[in-house]
Design a protein around this ligand. Structure first.
Ligand code: LIP
Length: 265
């Protein structure tokens, strides 16, 4: 494990412990929940508290590094190192007491993600990865499932917060669902990508996820042998993030591409 991976893991663990300890009282407190991009896009007091703790710990260990966080945006700095933080990915699940949410921390050096930690707090699972060195769940080295034919693939996906975008996502889903084993909608991009990495699902696709949602877990999936990319040879991005074992990736891509899943109307 690299120093970056170890530090990301330590900080993700501390943030997760804080969230578990404070969750019962704070997340249900009046005024603890606000909305962002749409009435369904929630942010809790604890999203902000988690990000604040993570920022403090990063800067204490590595003053001068840059930090991009979901809630606080970009903090400038001179360093070649940037930390990419989602203090709670799967906030709606967190709010409802469902177990699919995570603290996600990635480390970029000169724009390339080199380390990541995804703490799936309610399950007590810590996924980590280091570029070129592998991905782990706890002490266990991860390999994604070998490719299965598309018709046998269990596919995770998710939906955005914007109503018009959701209508298109539903339309795309009606074409995908009859062609695969089944669909799962867990509610956290980071957890879904880690689920590809450890073989709990065969594939994942989603339109409109943010960089902090997939930065760390994308490295976990790639280091577990999955392909992660966008449409038509593009690198994975917020327009469409697609992830599966080689072979299945191409089959799912070729099903999705003609459906034009990057549109919003
Ligand atoms: C969530 C994503 C999820 C998506 C949700 C939401 P958040 O991020 O991880 O994949 O389907 O709509 O964007 O808002 O919990 O950080």
């Amino acid at each position: 494990m690299t120093d970056f991976t170890r530090l990301a893991e330590d900080i993700a663990r501390e943030a997760g412990d804080m969230l578990l300890a404070k969750r019962p009282t704070m997340s249900v407190a009046p005024g603890a929940v606000q909305t962002k991009s749409s009435p369904t896009d929630v942010v809790t007091t604890l999203d902000r508290a988690s990000e604040q703790l993570i920022r403090q710990r990063i800067l204490a260990a590595r003053p001068g590094d840059r930090i991009l966080g979901e809630e606080g945006g970009e903090a400038p700095g001179e360093s070649d190192v940037r930390w990419v933080v989602d203090p709670i990915d799967g906030t709606v699940n967190f709010l409802y007491g469902l177990p699919e949410w995570a603290v996600s921390i990635a480390v970029e050096v000169n724009g390339r993600i080199v380390a990541g930690a995804v703490n799936v707090v309610p399950r007590g699972e810590m996924f980590t990865a280091a570029l070129g060195e592998g991905a782990w769940l706890g002490g266990e080295r991860l390999r994604c499932n070998p490719a299965v034919p598309l018709g046998q693939a269990l596919v995770a996906t998710g939906f955005g917060y914007d109503s018009a975008r959701r209508a298109v996502q539903a339309e795309v889903l009606t074409a995908v669902l009859p062609r695969v084993r089944d669909i799962r909608r867990g509610g956290s991009c980071a957890v879904d990508l880690c689920s590809v990495a450890c073989g709990r699902v065969d594939a994942y696709y989603e339109r409109g996820v943010n960089y902090w949602d997939y930065a760390a877990a994308g490295l976990v999936a790639a280091e577990a042998g999955a392909v992660i990319g966008g449409l038509r040879g593009r690198p994975y991005n917020s327009e469409l993030t697609l992830c599966a074992a080689p072979g299945l990736f191409e089959e799912l891509h070729d099903l999705l591409a003609p459906l034009d899943p990057e549109r919003d109307t």
